[in-house]
Unconditional design. Structure first.
Length: 375
């Protein structure tokens, strides 16, 4: 039985959770919903329906802290519904961080292990161990990023590694880089950044956007000053090359923390203070000229209430999700300057962790079986 074009058009507009149920309707629907061409069409139709994927820490019924992934959907009246995701693998570590999202696939990693997961289909894949060694010592991830290579229609994970010896980091230790191709299910080594410095593991800063992954980077110490030169390290998923972007000159690594976001498809940098008695959040927009030279311009300054600790992400051009010190998610409207506490809570599990990580998320049927997704 051939599925008509009208039925295909209708089905391509439905959410994955409905389509997964419809696989049992008949054989032709089962074949259609599994067809890579239909999966690609469904993905394209889903780009205009973005949700928020939120990582948080909760306490379970046994009093143990555990990682939870939730999908937030905002209605026209800006009320929010929360759908918790059951993670399908057993090796769930509360210290897992979200290391990128692309086309419905999410990368989770605690630096020792890395998983790719489609929260909608419950498919997951544990990545193989590192292929890199140095003087007989094992590799440890310093930073990891995930994204989609549109040139090869493939998902990739890039990992910067150092090396451990006798339970301490070898110093000096060469920074080496390996990249994982989902279609081949294996790692291969590529060239490390040609400039000084390395990416650092900074929760809520790492981000994938339009073919490029971004990390917070640390360079060599400033002359006659304490501290290190701070910058942003980029990685082009298609060309497999690194780049470096300077941060606004007003940034002071002794006073400020930072995170990245996207607003109207442009990269923005949130700069906010360490000290609780200083509350202003500055938002800077990154711009590139015809020669790809980067400059920053300040968009706005937010003077928050509700004990705001840090920004999370822009939900729309006017609405910004933020995290409060008492573990709530706050919605801030940049136009009306109003704050609204949402019925979403999270907990801390360590000094170096955050209660929440958030990214815009697209529900999809994309498979982790290594099939190319051509868009």
């Amino acid at each position: 039985m051939v599925v008509s074009d009208v039925v295909i058009q209708i089905l391509s507009k439905l959410p994955p959770e409905s389509l997964l149920r419809f696989k049992s309707v008949c054989k032709s629907w089962y074949v259609l919903i599994n067809d890579p061409k239909f999966v690609a069409k469904h993905l394209l139709d889903s780009f205009s329906h973005k949700h928020v994927l939120l990582k948080r820490i909760l306490t379970n019924n046994f009093g143990k802290k555990e990682l939870a992934l939730s999908i937030l959907k905002f209605s026209p009246d800006r009320s929010v519904s929360v759908m918790d995701i059951n993670l399908p693998f057993q090796e769930i570590n509360p210290f897992f961080e979200v290391c990128g999202h692309a086309h419905g696939i999410v990368c989770l990693s605690d630096l020792d292990n890395a998983f790719l997961i489609n929260p909608m289909t419950s498919q997951f894949r544990k990545l193989p161990p590192s292929i890199l060694t140095f003087r007989g010592c094992s590799a440890v991830a310093l930073a990891i990023g995930f994204g989609y290579d549109a040139k090869s229609s493939n998902f990739k994970v890039v990992r910067m590694v150092g090396f451990w010896g006798n339970s301490i980091m070898l110093m000096p230790s060469p920074i080496r880089v390996e990249i994982y191709d989902l279609s081949k299910d294996k790692w291969r080594e590529i060239g490390a950044p040609s400039f000084d410095g390395r990416a650092s593991w900074t929760p809520s800063f790492d981000m994938y956007h339009e073919g490029t992954f971004y990390w917070w980077g640390c360079g060599e110490p400033r002359i006659n000053e304490a501290g290190r030169i701070e910058h942003i390290i980029t990685f082009d998923m298609s060309e497999e090359v690194f780049g470096k972007i300077s941060v606004p000159k007003s940034y002071d690594d002794k006073k400020h923390k930072t995170s990245l976001g996207v607003l109207n498809r442009s990269i923005v940098l949130f700069v906010y203070p360490f000290e609780s008695n200083e509350t202003n959040i500055d938002i800077w927009e990154m711009k590139k000229d015809e020669s790809s030279v980067v400059s920053w311009s300040k968009l706005l300054t937010i003077v928050p209430t509700f004990g705001i600790e840090q920004p999370l992400l822009f939900v729309s051009c006017e609405e910004l999700l933020m995290e409060s010190r008492n573990g709530h998610v706050i919605m801030y409207n940049c136009k009306t300057q109003e704050f609204k506490k949402l019925p979403i809570e999270g907990q801390l599990i360590g000094v170096e962790t955050n209660r929440f990580e958030a990214t815009l998320y697209i529900k999809s049927l994309v498979s982790l079986e290594g099939r190319d997704i051509e868009l």
